[in-house]
Ligand binder design. Structure first.
Ligand code: PMP
Length: 387
């Protein structure tokens, strides 16, 4: 048979089907490979066989002088109307290089023409991207302040504030609303995970700035494609300005790929991807919860069952990440505890909270997930011995 090193990840044998349990379970990144089998089953519908003559599609813009493919825009709006996760009517749409770029564009647009620099905040645990973007693209119009729960009692302040609201939240999967209110507060809703895959949809989102990404909808993170819905025309114009100054529009090839994927999703009644992804993520959550429930050492976040506008019934959790907590007093660094058991997670401190928590990605391939289950089970079963 083939040695392990010639097989993908941690498998060996002549057809690479023998599982090597020596391998680490790498569940650090949010790489959404869990949808790979979905696309394998839809080979023809998602296949791009392009014959593009060398002199075709050379322009910066489409024939209507826009950076945005009208056909793709229409398809995206249809996908939202099937998922019933957002009200898109009456809102402008902007395309970006992933939602990462649109977050930057939204901050820029909300910080324009202010009398004093805007402070940017988010309730933590929260992803580090919001802070790292601010720190990196230093700008006198905004600065990163930190956890918005710190500012909760200062709602009378005249300080300009931009609150990032990640709903459902990365890492804990909970649905969120802005905590800060007032005339000087503007919210950016990061809805990367607001799909039936990962959460109940209590009602369609209808906020002023809503950001989505193909990365977590179809799993095509490498295509770098996201979109934002924006209510206010000025904010929309300023976000457009940012995209055009930073990038002169979004790659037409990326838009072509996104269009193909949207067309594939919309085949039939358009619900297959949501049924598939919800089932897969909820199966994973059940398997993981079952193992953790046997443990006294670890606990998982709680996500209550909720009514879902898409499934039209109450449904259980199917989060993108497990937010695991080490309960033993001596386990102050939960990530090291897991690392010693061959599980690579992401430390709580990265999400601006203590290292008692670790984020485990449930979005990766079946191989990664199965390794996680295997190693975690072993750790939990031997718990009493090392207590
Ligand atoms: N927002 C959230 C909450 C995320 O978790 C991520 C990536 N994991 C992003 C934005 C960025 O996604 P992308 O740039 O691939 O669209």
């Amino acid at each position: 048979g083939k040695p392990f090193c010639e097989c993908n990840t941690c498998y060996g044998g002549h057809d690479c089907s023998i599982f090597s349990t020596d391998c680490a379970a790498d569940v650090d990144s949010g790489d959404p490979l869990f949808l790979e089998p979905f696309w394998m089953q839809r080979r023809a519908a998602s296949l791009i066989v392009i014959v593009v003559a060398g002199w075709h599609r050379m322009s910066y813009t489409f024939y209507d002088h826009s950076f945005v493919s009208q056909e793709l825009e229409n398809h995206i709006r249809r996908v939202h109307s099937i998922a019933r996760n957002a009200i898109t009517k009456g809102k402008y749409i902007i395309f970006g290089g992933g939602s990462t770029q649109l977050l930057g564009a939204a901050v820029y647009a909300l910080s324009m023409n202010l009398s004093s620099p805007a402070k940017r905040v988010a309730v933590c645990p929260c992803i580090p991207l919001y802070k790292s973007q601010t720190d990196f693209f230093q700008n006198t119009n905004f600065e990163y302040e930190g956890d918005s729960s710190l500012l909760k009692n200062s709602s009378k302040t005249k300080t300009n504030i931009i609150e990032f609201v990640t709903s459902p939240n990365n890492p804990d999967g909970n649905l969120r609303e802005a905590v800060l209110k007032g005339a000087s507060v503007r919210a950016i809703y990061d809805h990367a995970y607001y799909w039936p895959h990962f959460t109940a949809i209590p009602s369609p989102a209808n906020e002023d700035i809503m950001i989505f990404t193909i990365s977590k909808l179809t799993g095509h993170a490498g295509s770098r494609f996201g979109w934002a819905f924006v209510k206010d025309e000025d904010v929309y114009q300023n976000m457009q300005k940012y995209i055009s100054v930073a990038e002169m529009g979004i790659s037409r090839e990326a838009q072509l790929r996104a269009l193909k994927l949207m067309k594939a999703i919309l085949q039939g009644n358009g619900t297959d991807i949501f049924d598939y992804a919800y089932k897969k993520m909820s199966d994973r959550w059940k398997k993981l919860s079952q193992i953790v429930s046997l443990s006294k050492r670890f606990t998982l976040q709680e996500i209550p069952p909720q009514f879902c506008n898409f499934f039209e019934k109450v449904r259980g959790p199917s989060p993108a990440y497990a937010w695991l907590k080490c309960e033993r007093e001596e386990d102050t660094n939960c990530n090291s505890v897991l690392r010693a058991a061959n599980i690579i997670g992401r430390a709580g401190s990265i999400f601006n909270v203590g290292d008692r928590h670790v984020r485990l990605s449930l979005l990766k391939s079946d191989d990664d997930f199965n390794l996680l289950l295997h190693h975690l089970k072993k750790l939990v079963v031997t718990e009493e011995d090392d207590a």
